[in-house]
Ligand binder design. Structure first.
Ligand SMILES: NC(=O)c1ccc[n+]([C@@H]2O[C@H](COP(=O)([O-])OP(=O)(O)OC[C@H]3O[C@@H](n4cnc5c(N)ncnc54)[C@H](O)[C@@H]3O)[C@@H](O)[C@H]2O)c1
Ligand SMILES: [Zn+2]
Length: 366
C-alpha cells in the first residue's frame, strides 16, 4: 500500500492506493475513525453499485458503521446535474441523514464530483470519503477537493471546494473497468507527464494499456506518482489562484469537444487527449515549444489507444472556440490556456490571437 499525504492544515488527509486495501490493517485503521458508529451515506451510480457496493458494505460493516444508506443515480456524465443533486437531497431527507453522517462517494469522477458537492452542501456540509473506481478518478478527480455539477451551458459551472477526509484508492475496483474507461484515465496520466514529470512521460512510452493492466506493481507505481503530483500542486494552490490551473492542460479545448459531442461522442479523457493536441499545436504556432512535442505526445496517446483528432460537423472551429469562451478559464476577454514549453514544463498563457486558436482547433478536426 502507498500513502500519499495531502497536507492542507486542518483539512489534511491521505490518499491510500494499492490492491486489496480492505485486507490491510493499516488502511482499515485510517478508515475506522470516519466509519465507526456513524451513519454512512454511500452515493454510487447504478452500474457501480451493482458491481462494487457489496464490497464496500462489507468494509463499512467491518469498521463498525452504525447504519448504511445507499443513494443511486443513472451512470454517466448526463447525471452530473442539479436535477440529480436535488433527488439526492430528497432521498437523504427520507433516509433521515443528519449532521453526524459521513458521505462515501463510490465510483468514477462523475460520482466523486456529484457526491462531493452533495456532501459540501447538504445540511451545510458533511464529511466525505472518496472510493474511486475508475482510473481517472484514482489519479485525478478524487484528490484535491474540487466538487460540482454541470449546467447545459458548460461543464463544472456550479461547485465548491470540499476536501475529502480520506481517499481509498482500491486498485481491485479496476478489474471490472471497461477498456474505454482505462484509456480515459491514461489520458489524464499522460497529462501529468507533459505538465510536470518528463520521467513519467518517458516511462509511459514503454507501456501499452495491456502491459499496465497486467502488472499491478507498475500500475500502482504510476497511480501513486500521479497522486503525489496532484497532491503537490493542490498543497501549493488549493483554491486555484495560480499554479493549480496547470492541471487543466488540454481541458479548455477538451471541454468544448465534450460539450459539442453531447457528452457522449467523446468522454472526458478522450476530450482531454484531443484538447492536449490542440494546445500543443498552438504552443508550436506561438513559438513556445518545438514541433516534436505534439508529434511525441500524439505517438504516446495513440499507443495507449486515445484519439488525437475529433471528427464530425459539430466540431467546426468557430463552434469549438465559442464553447471555450463559456469555460471558467476566461479572464478579461482572454483565454487563459496551459501551453507546453517542453515535456514536463508548461506555462499559463493569456491568448487572444483568434486566428491562431482557430488554426490549432481546425488542425485537429478530421
Ligand atoms: N474534481 C476534479 O478535480 C476532476 C478532475 C478530473 C475529472 N473530473 C470529472 O470526472 C468526470 C469523469 O470521470 P470518469 O471518467 O471516472 O466518469 P464516470 O464516473 O462517469 O465513470 C465512467 C463510467 O465507468 C463506469 N464505472 C465506474 N467504475 C467502474 C468499474 N470499476 N467497473 C465498471 N464500470 C465502472 C461508470 O458507471 C460510468 O459509466 C467528469 O465529470 C470530469 O469533469 C473531475
Ligand atoms: Zn480531467
Amino acid at each position: 500500500m502507498k500513502r500519499v499525504p495531502v497536507s492542507l492544515g486542518e483539512r489534511s488527509y491521505e490518499v491510500l492506493t494499492g490492491g486489496g486495501l480492505d485486507r490491510a490493517e493499516s488502511a482499515a485503521a485510517a478508515l475506522r475513525p470516519f466509519v465507526e458508529n456513524r451513519h454512512l451515506v454511500v452515493v454510487a451510480d447504478a452500474a457501480v453499485a451493482e458491481l462494487h457496493a457489496g464490497r464496500l458494505d462489507a468494509l463499512l460493516a467491518a469498521q463498525g458503521a452504525a447504519k448504511v444508506t445507499r443513494l443511486t443515480f443513472p451512470a454517466g456524465e448526463a447525471s452530473k446535474t442539479l436535477g440529480t443533486l436535488e433527488s439526492l437531497y430528497h432521498q437523504a431527507v427520507a433516509a433521515k441523514v443528519d449532521r453526524r453522517a459521513v458521505v462515501a462517494a463510490l465510483g468514477g469522477g462523475v460520482t466523486g464530483d456529484l457526491a462531493g458537492f452533495f456532501a459540501a452542501s447538504f445540511l451545510r456540509g458533511l464529511p466525505f470519503i472518496q472510493f474511486p473506481t475508475t482510473l481517472l478518478a484514482l489519479v485525478d478527480s478524487s484528490v484535491g477537493g474540487k466538487v460540482g455539477v454541470d449546467l447545459p451551458e458548460g461543464k463544472n459551472l456550479v461547485g465548491a471546494f470540499h476536501q475529502p477526509k480520506l481517499v481509498w484508492g482500491e486498485l481491485e475496483f479496476l478489474k471490472t473497468l471497461p477498456g474505454r474507461e482505462w484509456r480515459c484515465g491514461l489520458g489524464e496520466i499522460v497529462k501529468y507527464g507533459v505538465i510536470l514529470d518528463s520521467a513519467l512521460f518517458t516511462k509511459l512510452e514503454s507501456y501499452t494499456l495491456e502491459s499496465l493492466q497486467a502488472d499491478t506493481t507498475e500500475l500502482s507505481a504510476v497511480v501513486g506518482r500521479c497522486c503525489e503530483l496532484k497532491a503537490e500542486v493542490v498543497i501549493q494552490d488549493e483554491h486555484e489562484t495560480g499554479l493549480r490551473a496547470i492541471l487543466n492542460y488540454g481541458h479548455t479545448f477538451g471541454h468544448a469537444v465534450e460539450v459539442l459531442g453531447g457528452y457522449s461522442k467523446y468522454n472526458h479523457g478522450e476530450g482531454v487527449a484531443i484538447g492536449m493536441g490542440m494546445a500543443a499545436d498552438l504552443a508550436v504556432d506561438l513559438g513556445l515549444c518545438t514541433a516534436d512535442l505534439p508529434v511525441r505526445q500524439d505517438r504516446l496517446l495513440r499507443r495507449l489507444g486515445l484519439p488525437t483528432h475529433c471528427a464530425g460537423a459539430e466540431f467546426a472551429s468557430e463552434a469549438v472556440l465559442d464553447k471555450m469562451g463559456s469555460d471558467k478559464k476566461v479572464l478579461d476577454g482572454k483565454l487563459r490556456l496551459i501551453l507546453p514549453r517542453k515535456v514536463g514544463t508548461v506555462e499559463i498563457v493569456a491568448v487572444s490571437a483568434r486566428p491562431a486558436l482557430l488554426k490549432a482547433i481546425r488542425g485537429r478536426v478530421a
